[in-house]
Design a binder for this molecule. Structure first.
Ligand SMILES: *Cc1c(COP(=O)(O)O)cnc(C)c1O
Length: 406
């Protein structure tokens, strides 16, 4: 057990001023939820914008709405290496998961394999996932997809506010969603946002979100308590406390289709006011660290780079290691020194115990390798020079080639 300065792997810091003003507006009668909705619709320039309890709930509702529009289709194509929330949402929606391997050079789909998997009359939707904030090639997916009845869902859970070629991620597919969880780009304790311009889908979702239960007073008070706790415990001086409490299951990725689904509370909506300012603040805070790791270690997974200093807006900086021994060694050293270096997902999706029987005989070697050999470095606002040099020293002692000079 470590006592002392400990970095979280990812953190979207909350501001006390925001918590206070959000709880104040949540209690006042004059606060108009509609104004926050309008603000977000304008910011993302989308006709429909929905606010629900999590990214999982956002994906699940989107899939349920799509299935009402295409009842003969019941399969969803996703990358074999992604967050466990994704299969949880698909199973919750009562649909079947189809996997496609990834490319280790991009962490995006293996597009050759994808092309074969797209020719499937039961396919309802394909996800395009911006993992860690790395922009996936959503336009390429669009060009390969011949059937207009298959919907492109952009999984921008980890990429809220990020852009690619002047377009906001999450607004490129037919429908996109974000997560407002604790370890994402921007947080409202938890929450999910769905964006679309599609008329029929938007109308279907309007009906479905309207009948979701509202947050109970108890849930709102829990959110407020959690926000105040997070305000302190997410900081490196305190983070060792929650990281020693196993029941919090911090940093663990769990497969669980039994998640709650409800609307977002007024308090949470309040935390999203002045969205563009908040997104910019977080992005600026990460930018320096992303460039530092990028210059020192190199970012392998970018599709193309206009210039070396123009790194994508990541929420964690992924580094693929040579083998699993190195990964375990580095993660252990990081744990001892509280450096926030972690593994990503324990297995590829076909390796999740509850799901393996669905994928008997299928093999996704790149996804498996990514799950086994990937580590991420923290890029959030709490990192200082000393943390950076400690992280570099752990990496270089483990044999990681450093390209830049610190
Ligand atoms: C976090 C995440 C989700 C789900 O978001 P929750 O709010 O945690 O339910 C979906 N997809 C990806 C890639 C994620 O990282």
């Amino acid at each position: 057990m470590r006592i002392g300065r400990t970095l979280p792997p990812a953190a979207a810091p909350l501001q006390l001023a925001d918590i206070l003003s959000s709880s104040k507006v949540a209690m006042s009668k004059s606060f108009s939820e509609q104004s926050v909705r309008e603000e977000l619709k304008n910011y993302f320039d989308k006709k429909y914008c929905f606010f629900v309890s999590s990214g999982k709930a956002a994906l699940c509702l989107t899939l349920q709405a799509l299935q009402r529009l295409h009842p003969e289709r019941d399969q969803v194509l996703i990358p074999a290496y992604t967050c466990y929330s994704v299969p949880s949402a698909i199973v919750r929606a009562g649909l079947a998961i189809v996997l496609c391997d990834i490319e280790l050079s991009t962490l995006d789909y293996d597009y050759e394999q994808l092309q074969e998997k797209l020719a499937n009359p039961r396919l309802l939707a394909v996800l395009s996932t911006h993992l860690f904030g790395l922009p996936a090639h959503t336009e390429k997916l669009r060009s390969l997809l011949q059937d207009p009845r298959v919907t492109i869902i952009e999984d921008a859970a980890q990429a809220m506010g990020a852009e690619w070629n002047g377009k906001k991620l999450g607004t490129i597919g037919d429908v996109g969603f974000f997560s407002l969880g604790r370890g994402k780009a921007l947080t409202a304790i938890n929450g999910g946002i769905i964006l679309t311009d599609r008329e029929k889908l938007g109308q279907e979702l309007t009906k479905m979100v309207a009948i979701l239960p509202c947050c109970t007073t108890r849930q709102v008070l829990q959110q407020l308590a959690y926000a105040i706790t997070l305000l302190f415990l997410i900081r490196p001086v305190w983070y060792w406390i929650p990281s020693t409490l196993p029941f919090l299951r911090l940093g663990e990725t769990i497969y669980d289709p039994e998640f709650p689904m409800h609307q977002m509370s007024t308090f949470q909506l309040g935390l999203l006011r002045n969205i563009s300012k908040k997104i910019d603040r977080q992005r600026q805070a990460r930018k320096k660290n992303i460039a530092f790791w990028g210059d020192m270690i190199g970012l392998r997974f970018s599709r193309e780079h206009p210039s070396a200093s123009d790194y994508p807006d990541l929420i964690r900086f992924p580094v693929l290691m040579e083998d699993a021994h190195l990964v375990n060694h580095i993660v252990k050293r990081s744990g001892e020194q509280g450096l926030g270096i972690t593994k990503t997902y324990p297995y590829s999706i076909n390796g999740i115990t509850e799901l393996t029987y669905n994928f008997a005989g299928e093999y996704y070697p790149q996804a498996r390798q990514a799950a086994r050999d990937m580590i991420t470095l923290p890029v959030h606002a709490f990192i200082n020079d000393n943390d950076r040099s400690k992280i570099l020293s752990v990496l270089s002692r483990a044999g990681v080639q450093l390209t830049g000079s610190a």
